[in-house]
Ligand binder design. Sequence first.
Ligand code: GTP
Ligand code: SPV
Ligand code: MN
Length: 582
Amino acid sequence: MYKNKAVTQWVEEMAKLTKPDKIVWLDGSDEERIRLTQEAVSTGEIKYLNQEKYPGCLFHRTAKNDVARVEHLTFICSRNKEDAGPTNNWMAPEEAYEKAGRIFDGSMRGRTMYVIPYIMGPMGSPFSKVGIELTDSIYVVLNMRIMTTMGKAAMEQLGDSGSFVKGLHSKADLNPERRYIMHFPEDNTIWSVGSGYGGNVLLGKKCFSLRIASNMARHEGWLAEHMLILGVENPQGKVSYVAAAFPSACGKTNLAMLVPPPALKGYKTWTVGDDIAWMRIGEDGRLWAMNPETGFFGVVPGTSSKTNPNALIAASKNTIYTNVLEGPDGTIWWEGLDQEPPAYGIDWKGDPWTPDSGTVGAHPNSRFTAPASQCPSISPEWRNPEGVPITALIFGGRRAKVAPLVYQSFDWQHGVFVGATIASETTAADTGEVGVVRRDPMAMLPFCGYHMGDYWRHWLEMGKRIPCPPKIFHVNWFRTNKQGKFLWPGFGENLRVLNWIISRCEGESEAVKTPIGYIPTVDALNLEGLDLPAGTIESLLSVDREVWKEELNGQLPFLEKIGDKLPKEIMDEHNAVLNRLN
Ligand code: GTP
Ligand code: SPV
Ligand code: MN
């Protein structure tokens, strides 16, 4: 079946390096899934959850020093350092191959190497791309089965072409001192070693679909973005699609699965994707977005029947749970679930836990891997090979102060500036410190595989090439009051903001022009049935001139860091806001 010469040669070469006991080529069949699951269960790598309560669900705990992406160990290994830019770690390709190669050398001894051919994007779509991941982890195989179209279908799509992304992964000894996530954009190659955590090892996701794909997109004239894709159907049955970029653990999955509040009668929402969007200019001159993944690798804590019922249903069967609290009798629990915690359990570290332990049971970055097809709100268009046409692009972040609930940019160039300067408080999705405000342009700081200045230039050029570009907005669900409580109820109620955004694109709703952009008038937002304390909406929509001047000042060190490649247009927009404020 696997006659592809380029693939076999490369697999042989990698096997020579890693020295597995055997090589297993995966076909993606159910028989194969069952066999591998049983094998991983027999070694203790994964556990079956209570099959009556959670049919088809599995549980896995990663090493306690291996529970999130590791930005400080992630490298872009372009030939020229300049091409990785000032926001990425860089290593010369020869040095990187050598350094990681030493860890890969013999790392699969006594283990099996699994060959996972996979497609990012719908099978047969001209926009889909093939990758092959070699791994010594069954956990990775089982996750890739959910997150991508893998096996025979992918080899068929590849045919005898040599055009595929080469991904090599080994857990090696899971030593954080010997852990690297290396990207070689000029070779379409990813080498990941020493980790077993999703974002570091499911190579189709961030490594391929963002870091490598952003490089391809730049040269081929499209966009690979850290964006959810959502359709909003109005009571007349018209569906408008938005794509939104928020930094990791800042609400993409939640917005993608939004359930309309009862007060907004007749509205429906349709999930197309929750993390990644590949976007191209369509024949009709609009921007079309496609979700390259087939599953959700979602944050578990905070997921409840109140916040995200669709995620709970999507993850109720055939799902892999990683680093949640393990309760008695094959049950699980996490912080924020609307169910009492068990009287005792085993926490994410593998230690005994009770509700009185004073520590969290589930890691804040514990994750579910669930098939997208199981989501009740999954869009009928989610596998459309062309994708869906985008009406609005939305940027956002976690800002306790400063940013209003929503504002609209004046035009594409201003919108690119808004995206380029988004800032957010850091979360548990990376191993670094949590809660520090950092600039995270387009929510791509950890995922842009090339120079940030060139990336902004690419965005600016795309704007000139799209005949009917989407309008660009900014949202912030996380503004707090003096007591530190969220002012906006968020979750399903965010539809009220989306409706304003969509009607702005249709030229229908009211806004006030402010120095930072268009902000809704209080009456333009439909707040029917929402019981907010007096003055809340005014605070949410307020822009403090002095605070914004500070914000602009705070952008300068980051903009300076971009150096010579900082597009003049970005600085022009920065100065224009400053002038409007003065
Ligand atoms: P990644 O998978 O890391 O890219 O994260 P994500 O952007 O998909 O974030 P996700 O939707 O998983 O949300 C992360 C956290 O933000 C969860 O704890 C949510 O409960 C919380 N959150 C999401 N939406 C809202 C909102 O509208 N308001 C508030 N207050 N919290 C929210
Ligand atoms: C993110 O951190 O943005 C994620 C999770 O979606 S990971 O796959 O770890 O990157
Ligand atoms: Mn993400």
